[in-house]
Each structure stands twice: as C-alpha cells, then as structure tokens.
Design a protein around this ligand. Structure first.
Ligand SMILES: [Zn+2]
Length: 152
C-alpha cells in the first residue's frame, strides 16, 4: 500500500551515492547495502536486500539509473527503510511480470509493510519499509549492533 514519504525527516540515514549509474554502479550499491545490513538477522537481511535490488533495478530500467541509495535502520521495533532516488519523473507502475522481469513493485508491495513514491524537482524517491515483527523475520540481537539494547 503506497503511503506518503516522510523519511527525509528522520535521523540516521545511511547514504550511498552512485559514482556511475551503469551496471557496475548497481553492483557497488548492492555490496554497500550488504555491508550496511550485515548485522540484521538472516531472513530480514535477505528480504531487505531483495527490496534494495528491486528498487535499484527499477531505477536502472525505467528512470535513467539510481542516483542515490539510502537505508534507515530502526531498532525498536526492528525495521529497515530502503529508498532509491533517481532523476526520472515518471511514476513506477505495478505491472504483470513477464519473462524479462517486472515483478519489482509487486515484490516490494508484498514484502514491505509500506512503500511509496515521492516526487521532487530533480527526480523522485521510491522507498519501502519492512519490519521484522509483522513478517515473522525476527532478528536476534547482535553483538555487533550499535543501536538500542547494547549493554557495555
Ligand atoms: Zn529485523
């Protein structure tokens, strides 16, 4: 269910800015996201990386390439928001998947508890939020976590 973007107001975003918007840039963005999400539980991490990949792929295929990938992690409840900015003005559409792809937004809609598109003067941001609790992905607290719940 698309809802209005309010993510820019929240603190704690990690940003990856594309040096190139080609396939090499996509691979670099995915690697960056893997590192950023390394402390998540496996199920949550895999789903979050799926959303990362689909949003990057959408921007690459339909909007001239991703300009920036942003990740926001909240700890209580455990929740990841993925946002991809591109310079395209069109709205992404859910369409029937075909053999060449197209499952992107359907997948995002199924995995994410909320997602949406916000339009800006210089492009748009497509984003999705997935928490563990409602999807049964509960992450176990990690020693390496630097967020809430750390005891030292
Ligand atoms: Zn989690």
């Amino acid at each position: 269910m698309p809802v209005t973007w309010d993510g820019d107001d929240r603190a704690g975003w990690q940003h990856w800015t594309a040096a190139s918007i080609g396939l090499a840039g996509l691979a670099a963005a995915r690697h960056w996201a893997e590192d950023e999400l390394a402390t998540l539980g496996e199920a949550h991490r895999i789903d979050a990386l799926l959303v990362v990949s689909e949003l990057l792929d959408n921007a690459y295929r339909h909007a001239g390439g991703p300009v920036q990938l942003r990740l926001l992690r909240r700890h209580d409840p455990c929740e990841i928001t993925v946002a991809v900015a591109d310079s395209g003005s069109g709205a992404p559409r859910m369409r029937t998947p075909d053999p060449r792809g197209g499952r992107g937004l359907l997948l995002v809609d199924r995995i994410c508890s909320a997602w949406g598109v916000s339009h800006h003067d210089d492009g748009k941001v497509v984003w999705g939020t997935l928490g563990c609790a409602e999807s049964g992905l509960a992450c176990t607290p990690s020693r390496d976590d630097n967020g809430a719940g750390r005891s030292r």
